[in-house]
Design a binder for this molecule. Structure first.
Ligand code: ADP
Length: 226
């Protein structure tokens, strides 16, 4: 099994590509945004730690984490942002790890890790074999963001400017999906990507390594029991 990082900039089309891979090509996609929401659901360890740290003010009437309120607090306070990250990031990391392991044992040749901050976090690129960036021009990105989020040009531009630029991400990519054209153009590129990943034999190496590691652990444990 190989891990493929998928990223982009805001409104560059990452979710569009991710859903084509998932829905049209039946790929296993692990979505970091979905996991980030799951790990702070009421009752989860990260939820309890957030309530302990930030108090009841960040809880909605239904008991969920009030993400907007939390966002306001950490936006103004660097130290508290670090505290929140120290709670949430390990929880996301663990959840992704277990999902990857489960996918590995269910026989997937490759798994797509859909991670908006793939290059910024620098954690996941250690384990991804290839990194895919969904790229479009600045003009297209701005136009699509304004339309999708109903934002003024200024607001949309400042959201784009607060992120690592798409140019920078493109330089770090192994594979670039150009998303300036029609959805059909993008679909064809995703189809080609899928074909290449599907015929890659790299997953055999990862599978063999795991079997060897498991066998060694088993043999070692058996020896200890004797
Ligand atoms: P991201 O996940 O990177 O933020 P999205 O996939 O949500 O971006 O795409 C941003 C917006 O642009 C969405 O409204 C989407 O429907 C639209 N979009 C994406 N790709 C195309 C395309 N090739 N042609 C036209 N609209 C597109």
């Amino acid at each position: 099994m190989i891990l493929v990082g998928l990223t982009g900039g805001i409104a560059s089309g990452k979710s569009t590509v991710s859903s084509i891979l998932k829905n049209d090509f039946n790929c296993r996609v692990i979505d970091a945004d979905v996991i980030a929401r799951e790990v702070v659901e009421p009752g989860k360890r990260a939820y309890n730690l957030i309530v302990e740290e930030f108090g009841a003010a960040v809880i909605t009437d239904s008991g969920a984490i009030n993400r907007e309120k939390l966002g306001e607090i950490i936006f103004k306070d660097e130290a508290r942002r670090k505290k929140l990250n120290a709670i949430v990031h390990p929880a996301i990391g663990k959840a992704i790890f277990w999902k990857v392991l489960l996918s590995f044992f269910s026989g997937h040749r490759f798994i797509i890790l859909d991670i908006p901050l793939l290059f910024e976090s620098k954690t996941w690129t250690y384990i991804t074999s290839r990194n895919v960036v969904v790229y479009c021009s600045k003009e297209t990105q701005l136009k699509r963001l304004m339309k999708r989020n109903n934002l003024s040009q200024g607001d949309a531009q400042s959201r784009i400017d607060s992120q690592m630029s798409l140019e920078e991400k493109r330089c770090q990519a192994d594979i670039v999906i150009g998303n300036d054209g029609t959805l059909d153009d993008t679909y064809k590129q995703v189809e080609k990507l899928h074909k290449n990943l599907d015929k890659s034999k790299k997953y055999l190496f990862a599978r063999a390594t795991l079997i060897i590691v498991c066998s060694c652990l088993f043999a070692f444990g058996y020896k200890l029991l004797l």
